[in-house]
Design a protein around this ligand. Sequence first.
Ligand code: ATP
Ligand code: MG
Length: 244
Amino acid sequence: MVSAVEIEHLYKDFTLDHTYSIKDSFVNLFRKNKNQKRKFRALDDINLMVEQGESIGLVGLNGSGKSTLLKCISGVQMPDMGSLRVRGSIAGLIEVGAGFHPDLTGEENVFLNGAILGMSKKKIEDNYDDIVKFSEVEDFMQTNVRYYSSGMFLRLAFSVAVYSDPDVFLVDEILSVGDAPFRKKCMKRIHELKEDGRTLIIVSHSQSDIKEVTKRCVWLHKGKVMQSGETVSVLDAMNAYTKN
Ligand SMILES: Nc1ncnc2c1ncn2[C@@H]1O[C@H](COP(=O)(O)OP(=O)(O)OP(=O)(O)O)[C@@H](O)[C@H]1O
Ligand SMILES: [Mg+2]
């Protein structure tokens, strides 16, 4: 049994006080504890092991830390404390449009994103037609992506991520901006990745999607793991807890 992701005692803090204006800075001068920025603990002692080939779900209310955890796993954000280890290549859909440059065309962004995900130029060229076909935005490949709708962004981003052939695939809630036929197509692709032995970590507020894809899930609440285990029982516990 080899683990794909190993997380031990991981903490992530954010600073809550941001100074935006001259007025704020001036007021700050007269504050007693002006150097004490308020800290907010977004992830609080997270321990998580994901086996190679396992699919797990991350669930929890808005602001519970799910996206922050995915960003730490993908390396977009650095944890403040703790250890985190990922085996193999990693790709994911964490924020719509992340890694896309608005002033480049769809085609240029496929090459940019592919490179960011570690694909060689040849691999991108070999897969280009399939990437575009899967995304169904063929007609807009020469358009700057600043004019893309959020669904179009998602389509292209998902296609590049999938064709980068990652060992560990991360999917955040963003699938929800896709229309029903595209969501269906993405879910089918996710199942194929799963069957192919890839590791999946999926964040979703759609409990049916979580049940469909995962056997095990982790419930985050205010940055802490409330419960982790068999998907149906974790979802039942979460639903009972959040009902009132
Ligand atoms: N860059 C940041 N700076 C400051 N606070 C942040 C930052 N990123 C996240 N947070 C805070 O961390 C907490 C967790 O946010 P996160 O986006 O991980 O939640 P989430 O579980 O993904 O929620 P949702 O279901 O709404 O997507 C929130 O309170 C959020 O305000
Ligand atoms: Mg989120």
